[in-house]
Design a protein around this ligand. Structure first.
Ligand code: IPD
Length: 285
């Protein structure tokens, strides 16, 4: 396969061989996945400390992030890194080539030994994703994508679902971790709009990045949420668009990885979802 090289990185960073990036990121995801799987064994959950009561973090999150970031920075010293646990939660991105890492997406599931959680590693250049690796340790499913080269699950090409009526669509959203009045109001309005649309199924599985993988793999027709950060979206939003989904913000505008809202949907249902969500007020805080 022809190698893809990004040669015009801002700040004169070294050109990146995306095939090499992929193999290092896959190795890092498996290393973190081994830590996650060990913790999911009975009685082995790692120590939990709460960022907030609804947003836990564990020693395993921090250890996974240390492992992933050290493998990435050793191999790519010129790249910046942004990890969920190191950032202090502001999710800022610059134009430079940046590895954006969620060491465990779905931490609230993880702390309950619920295996619906994943490791997400995205490479972002000029604030746009160019490569994504997502690893679901419980199933050993490895999702990979490089911009322009398609989306893959364990090496098999992914394509979004062909369901074209909302009555047969499975739509995923999340309640998130914010509990202030305007967020609660937003979530209630969003859920109400969704129920009124009468899809076949509505699901809240508990991990934004893995939800996007479901859309890419054709196991869900749409996922939307106000709440996810760049580390939830960097890898999996690219996976979705490479699998043929329409990926925008919840108003249909260009996805901003730091904009904290996303709609990924099969193209044939995009207008219906956008229409349904049009009057949902965005949270203000
Ligand atoms: C969160 C989870 C959750 C979603 C939030 C995410 P984390 O990520 O994916 O399901 O509702 O928007 O930030 O904190 O588990 O990495």
């Amino acid at each position: 396969m022809q190698k893809t090289v990004i040669s015009e990185l801002e700040q004169k960073q070294a050109a990146l061989d995306l095939d090499h990036c992929m193999s290092v990121a896959v190795g890092a995801a498996i290393a973190a996945g081994n830590i996650v799987n060990a913790c999911l064994q009975p009685g082995a959950m790692s120590a939990i400390s709460d960022k907030t009561a609804t947003d836990p973090v564990t020693e395993a999150d921090k250890e996974c992030e240390r492992v992933v970031l050290s493998m990435l920075t050793r191999a790519f010293p010129a790249c910046k890194v942004l990890g969920e646990e190191m950032s202090g939660g502001d999710g800022r991105l610059t134009d430079g080539a940046t590895w954006v890492v969620d060491p465990i997406d779905g931490t609230a599931n993880f702390v309950h030994c619920n295996p619906y959680c994943c490791i997400s590693i995205g490479l972002v250049v000029r604030r746009e994703s160019v490569l994504g690796v997502l690893y679901h340790p419980a199933t050993k499913d490895m999702y990979t994508c490089i911009r322009g080269r398609g989306a893959f699950l364990n090496g098999n090409r992914l394509k979004v679902s062909s369901v074209d009526v909302i009555e047969r669509a499975l739509v995923v959203t999340e309640m998130g971790s914010q509990r202030s009045a305007d967020w609660i109001h937003h979530k209630q309005c969003a859920m109400s709009a969704l129920i009124n649309l009468k899809p076949q199924a509505i699901r809240c599985f508990g991990a934004a990045a893995l939800n996007l993988c479901q859309v890419a793999a054709g196991r869900a027709e749409a996922y939307f949420e106000h709440g996810p950060y760049a580390w939830d979206l960097a890898a999996a939003s690219l996976l979705c668009s490479e699998a043929g989904a329409a990926v925008t913000d919840m108003r249909g505008g260009a996805l901003d990885l730091c904009g904290r809202n996303v709609l990924a949907v099969v193209p044939q249902l995009q207008q219906q979802l956008l229409q349904a969500l049009r009057d949902v007020p965005a949270p203000t805080s």
